[in-house]
Design a protein around this ligand. Structure first.
Ligand code: GDP
Ligand code: MN
Length: 434
């Protein structure tokens, strides 16, 4: 919820930034296993975290034509490049020796694709599968759609590598089918979708079955996204899910223990993982004002007002109703771990969490950490007077306000001063205490 709201605020602010979604993505080999459990045909294969393991899988498959696929939580692997120089995260191979050789060049290396950004993602496993001989490659997805507030099936005959390109150049080649959540996918709807995939008539019945099964996975596993690209028709007119990207709703994690047990933390932002351990929501943006807030609504308002006064948030930490001294310290640690941060803005509305407790937490934290960037605090709500007294008596250089406009102006101004000083390599001291 917090992340979705902030993402909307970011969108409104009119600047594209990569804000992570708070939902779970699984590796392809895990996703493929789920599909298989539901009777959907996937290529035979297995995953390994070692080169020897990959060699053994290839040996056991005993085939002449296989594919080795780097497992990272991002699409576009086929056209990706490794930091080792190797081109392509999906390679055709014809021997166990080759499986080992490519696994060595993939494992522990970063794969950079269209979706990973320049930093890339580290490959912790490879998936070795039988190679399929395909007639057609289609695209099929089941998604939760904001506009219709329900599931939607997206299908295209132009599947394969680059669905974003298809959407841009030939949007007519992409068909959407709204699913009535009460009715589910009827035979009629399944057939309509199957007919839009561009498969031969022989493959249509199996494609329709696949559509129904995918919707079953979507519903029963609390998925928010199932994307099969490509869904292929083989030369024998079989329908195969040759790649799978499944995403799951974090609000349902409590009833999907098995799926959440497959979470791969190595693919997530380490700071965000760290924050979630302390029950903090953390999202990173590309400005330089670190923000500590409570609640998504306040985060949005904070975003807007910072922008209004010409500032740019570096990140948002939401401590919700649990702004204990310990949580505040953790939050400050995370906020200041980003060297680009030039000022901290604390905007908290004391309701369940009282202002004086926040003030105590802030004082303890600033005393413990040797911060040399300015802190601007705007508190409102329960026990405000006590909080103000504590801050002013602490002798710490915390800029305290009750008015949001004044506080936002101050933090934007101070952050600019610090940035300018950094640019010309001058040390402006905001060391605490005074
Ligand atoms: P992505 O680039 O991350 O989407 O990775 P994919 O798993 O979709 O693989 C990229 C592309 O490789 C696919 O779109 C296929 O065109 C091709 N590919 C992968 N496995 C096979 C296979 O077994 N047979 C054939 N013919 N093509 C394959
Ligand atoms: Mn794909």
């Amino acid at each position: 919820m917090f992340n979705a709201t902030v993402r909307r605020a970011v969108a409104r602010a009119g600047r594209p930034v990569a804000v992570p979604k708070r939902n779970l993505s699984l590796h392809e080999y895990r996703s493929a296993q789920i599909l298989k459990d539901y009777g959907i045909a996937v290529p035979r294969g297995a995953a390994s975290t070692t080169a020897e393991g990959a060699e053994k899988i290839a040996k056991d498959l005993g085939l002449e034509d296989m594919v080795i696929k780097a497992q990272v939580l991002a699409g576009g692997r086929g056209k990706g490049t490794f930091d080792s120089g190797l081109k392509g995260g999906v390679k055709l191979i014809s021997s166990p020796y080759e499986a080992k050789m490519y696994a060595e060049q993939m494992l522990g290396h970063k794969l950079i694709t269209k979706q990973t950004g320049a930093a890339g993602k580290e490959v912790t496993a490879v998936y070795v599968v039988e190679r399929e001989f395909v007639r057609r490659e289609a695209y099929l997805a089941v998604l939760m759609d904001r506009a219709t507030q329900g599931p939607v099936i997206v299908a295209s005959s132009q599947g394969g590598m680059d669905i974003e390109g298809v959407a841009k150049e030939t949007p007519d080649a992409i068909h959407s089918f709204k699913v009535d959540i009460h009715e589910g996918v009827t035979d009629e709807l399944a057939l309509k979708v199957a007919n839009s995939l561009g498969f031969s008539a022989k493959a249509v019945p199996e494609a329709a079955e696949t559509v129904k099964k995918l919707y079953k996975v979507f519903k029963e596993k609390d998925a928010t996204q199932i994307e099969i690209n490509p869904l292929s028709e083989t030369v024998e007119n079989k329908v195969l899910a040759m790649d799978a990207k499944l995403g799951f709703d974090d609000n349902a994690s409590f009833r999907q223990e098995e799926v959440w047990g497959w979470r791969d933390f190595t693919q997530e932002d380490p700071d965000e993982v760290e924050a979630s351990k302390s029950n903090l929501n953390f999202i990173k943006l590309d400005g330089n004002i670190g923000c500590l807030v409570n609640g998504a609504g306040l985060a949005m308002a904070t975003m807007d007002i910072i922008k209004l006064y010409g500032g740019d948030p570096a990140n948002f930490l939401d401590c919700g109703g649990g702004a204990t001294a310990k949580a505040i310290e953790k939050a400050f640690e995370l906020i200041t771990s980003e060297s680009k941060v030039t000022a901290i803005f604390v905007n908290i509305f004391g309701g369940i969490v009282r202002c004086d407790n926040i003030a105590k937490g802030l004082i303890a934290t600033t005393q413990n950490m040797s911060l040399n960037i300015p802190i601007v605090v705007r508190l409102q709500g329960t026990n405000l007077e006590e909080a103000q007294r504590l801050i002013s008596e602490s002798g710490l250089k915390i800029f305290s306000f009750t008015d949001l406009d004044e506080a936002a102006q101050k933090v934007c101004q101070l952050s600019k001063v610090v940035q300018m000083a950094r640019d010309i390599d001058v040390n402006v001291s905001f060391e605490l205490p005074l």
